[in-house]
Design a protein around this ligand. Structure first.
Ligand code: ATP
Length: 457
């Protein structure tokens, strides 16, 4: 976990991610994204949007609301089943998800049933009968079992007597489902077509943690492909491969740190499902998934809303399309890019630099403008910043020695540094330094935009 601790510290010190509400003692497992974090996040979102939405003739995007009619969550099954069984340790107050507690205790021997398939009283009895210990303090002193709803609810209403429970969405996908007819009619796209969306989701997790891996508020990037049932497995395979390409080619995450884990136990409506996992310092963790959802979602909304979800095309019988979902957690992917990029490199005996080897196209800053001295070089440097910042994300730093400034940029992953010196005033050239090779060359300012564009891929 040493690596994760270093990343948490660097994130705070350099402005990627801060603990939420810190001056009031924080709010457990909430985080704020600082100046570098927001740039990195936006760059990942932009790459996802290009890859999943814009670069496909059969794809469109949308941006649904966080609050939806509670009927949506009834139909989707979340109101009744999106909950975890929990027990608290009376001694140390540690909270445990009971099915995981049973599974991880090694006492479960029934091969036909999984712990999560037990009823609440069965789970509770099993924990008491087998004297399962609290994983935090080792004592056996449990409260009774209860369900813990994972959806955050809030009240909406003008007077207290007229309160309605509404929910903060636990996933973004339902907007694509409830808008299926609007999306299809307004875009006039034919099946197969897909709809992407990026937005916040909220889950009242029992055991949040591992920095931004499991939080209560996070962002998802979700794409729903509507297709014919007979073509659905072909699309499932295509989207599984697409997820791999997105992580490795578009975001530059190392291939050997990604694996795909098929679900052993499928939902009754699903033909296939796979999790994409990244090797974090705390082990493999899910960053996304490709799911065959059958007609479960559209079928449920058709049943409960009594509005048709059938797709009609001339010469064909109307049908409810099958859904292939490509779902990605933005915060977990961002954490994976940081973990993956973090390097400590010995540049000379006894001299180590921290190098964030982010793919240049997603680095928070593409270039840094560094005047060698403040005296006499400020106007020229400002001019350069103003020109470049119309095209790229640019950092401006004039404090400290040039060597220290290079190191600061290495640490946050800036691929190119431009040094403005007194010669610049004569020849309109700057020194350009490459983050990874540390090689420097002289280049004319008029050639810079082309050069940067060629080097930022
Ligand atoms: P897990 O098993 O880790 O709880 P999940 O299977 O419930 O995740 P999905 O419902 O498939 O997750 O959500 C899609 C994606 O949203 C996940 O792959 C993950 O990247 C992200 N995600 C889910 N829950 C959280 C969370 N609490 N914090 C951050 N990201 C999350």
């Amino acid at each position: 976990m040493q690596n994760l601790d270093k990343i948490v510290a660097l994130s705070k010190n350099r402005g990627f991610i801060y603990p939420g509400s810190e001056i009031y003692g924080g709010l457990a497992n909430t985080w704020d994204f600082g100046p570098l974090g927001v740039e990195l996040k936006n760059n990942i979102k932009r790459e996802w949007w290009k890859f999943f939405v814009r670069e496909n003739r059969n794809s469109i995007g949308m941006d649904g609301g966080i609050l939806m009619n509670p009927m949506v969550w009834k139909a989707s099954g979340h109101v009744d089943t999106f909950q975890d069984p929990l027990m608290d340790c009376k001694d140390c107050k540690h909270r445990s998800r009971v099915d995981k507690l049973i599974e991880e205790s090694g006492t479960w021997k029934d091969t036909k049933k999984r712990p999560e398939e037990l009823s609440l009283p069965e789970m509770e009895k099993f924990v008491f009968d087998n004297k399962i210990k609290c994983p935090a303090c080792g004592k056996v002193n449990w409260t009774g079992i209860r369900f813990f709803k994972l959806m955050f609810s809030t009240d909406r209403g003008v007077t207290e007597a007229n309160l309605n429970t509404i929910y903060l969405r636990p996933e973004t996908a339902q907007s694509q489902f409830v808008n299926f007819q609007n999306l299809q009619r307004s875009s006039r796209l034919k099946v197969p077509f897909g709809v992407g969306q990026i937005g916040k989701a909220f889950r009242n997790e029992i055991t949040p943690g591992n920095f931004i891996f499991r939080t209560v508020e996070f962002e998802q990037m979700e794409y729903q492909l509507f297709c014919k049932e007979e073509e659905s497995m072909k699309w499932y395979d295509i989207y599984k491969k697409k997820a791999h390409e997105f992580y490795t080619k578009r975001l530059g995450i190392t291939d050997r740190n990604i694996r795909f884990a098929d679900h052993d136990n499928l939902a009754h409506y699903a033909k296939a499902a796979v999790d994409a996992e990244y090797l974090f310092p705390f082990g493999w963790g899910e960053i996304g998934g490709t799911h065959h959802r059958g007609i479960f979602d559209l079928g449920n909304h058709q049943r409960d809303s009594k509005k048709t979800m059938e797709y009609k095309e001339e010469g064909q019988d109307p049908f409810v399309p099958t859904v292939i979902e490509s779902s990605h957690g933005l915060d977990r992917i961002l954490l994976a890019t940081l973990v993956d990029a973090y390097n400590e490199e010995e540049v000379a005996p006894g001299d180590t630099r921290v190098l964030m080897k982010l793919k240049p196209s997603i680095a928070p800053y593409t270039v840094a403008v560094l005047p060698l001295q403040k005296r006499g070089l400020t106007d020229k440097s400002h001019e350069l910043f103003d020109t470049l910042s119309k095209n790229f994300s640019v950092s401006y730093d004039e404090t400290g020695s040039i060597g220290k400034r290079y190191r600061r940029q290495d640490e946050i992953g800036t691929p190119l540094c431009l040094t403005v010196d007194y010669e610049t005033l004569e020849d309109n050239s700057v020194t350009i330094r490459d983050r990874d090779t540390m090689k420097q060359e002289r280049i004319r300012i008029s050639d810079l935009i082309d050069f940067i564009n060629r080097n930022i891929v």
